[in-house]
Ligand binder design. Structure first.
Ligand code: ATP
Ligand code: MG
Length: 243
């Protein structure tokens, strides 16, 4: 079975069909995804690896609907993202996908606690429950002490853990991370990774970009992006994966 192309059934949670992404740049069109087809089933834990500039973040942004393809189709959890408007996708994402970005993107004018509560405002979580749930999530990522601080007052690693708590706010079935542990020291990264494994054990689906070969080595399925294409399982550069 080719790793990037296991078009095995209609039950895929994520399905990309011939996705091309072409950016317009001053130097002319830049084809960053060159016809990517890729399925992820519900309950899978998938690592995305590959060199800098190969198109990993662009690929992740297709799955979350943050960006859309120039050509091709994207289906996630039964939704055809490519036929939805921007607002519709944003609303859908808020309920269905927990996103942890490469550069956390916490809102600077909100406290850590308010940042974690924010996604709940869009899905009608009972108001009285929001704060309590956000505090529980901050405890889960070992951050209860900084709940009332602002992002600028805490470390990069703490901001990243807060971003992970925020991604879990609406208990989404799919969690997508772009280097979600990239700013953490080895111990914190290990703790966060254990949390991800627990989430997968409880039925969540996780797709995460990582440059950390030790982490990639612990993830059951590793997909390599190289120069805008997904390599087959046999082609994955084993130097990126420490099993
Ligand atoms: N909005 C954009 N406009 C033009 N070019 C872009 C844009 N976003 C990304 N690119 C280019 O697309 C290519 C792939 O970028 P992408 O961010 O997906 O790489 P990546 O694999 O995530 O890299 P890294 O490991 O450094 O995060 C790069 O050459 C990048 O410069
Ligand atoms: Mg990237």
């Amino acid at each position: 079975m080719a790793n990037g192309n296991n078009k095995n059934n209609g039950k895929a949670l994520i399905s990309l069909e011939n996705v091309r992404k072409i950016y317009k740049t001053k130097a002319g069109p830049l084809e960053v995804l060159k016809g990517v087809s890729f399925n992820v089933n519900a309950g899978e834990f998938v690592a995305i690896v590959g060199p800098s500039g190969s198109g990993k973040s662009t690929l992740i942004n297709m799955i979350t609907g943050i960006d859309r393809p120039t050509e091709g189709e994207v289906y996630v959890a039964g939704q055809r993202l490519t036929s939805m408007g921007e607002n519709q996708v944003a609303k859908w994402r808020g309920k269905n996908v927990g996103v942890v970005f490469q550069f956390f993107q916490l809102l600077p004018t909100l406290t850590v606690l308010e940042n974690v509560m924010m996604p709940m405002n869009y899905v009608g979580t009972y108001k009285g429950e929001r704060k309590e749930r956000a505090m529980q999530l901050l405890e889960l990522v070992d951050l209860p002490d900084v709940a009332h601080k602002y992002p600028s007052q805490i470390s990069g690693g703490q901001q990243q853990r807060a971003a992970i708590a925020r991604a879990l706010a609406n208990d989404p079935p799919l969690i997508v991370g772009d280097e979600p542990t990239g700013n953490l020291d080895t111990i914190s990264a290990g703790i966060m990774f254990a949390l991800f494994e627990e989430l997968v054990a409880n039925g969540k689906t996780i797709v995460m970009v990582t440059h950390d070969k030790d982490l990639a080595g612990q993830i059951p399925r590793v997909v390599e992006v190289r120069d805008g294409r997904i390599l087959s399982e046999e082609e994955v550069d084993q130097r990126l994966v420490q099993r």
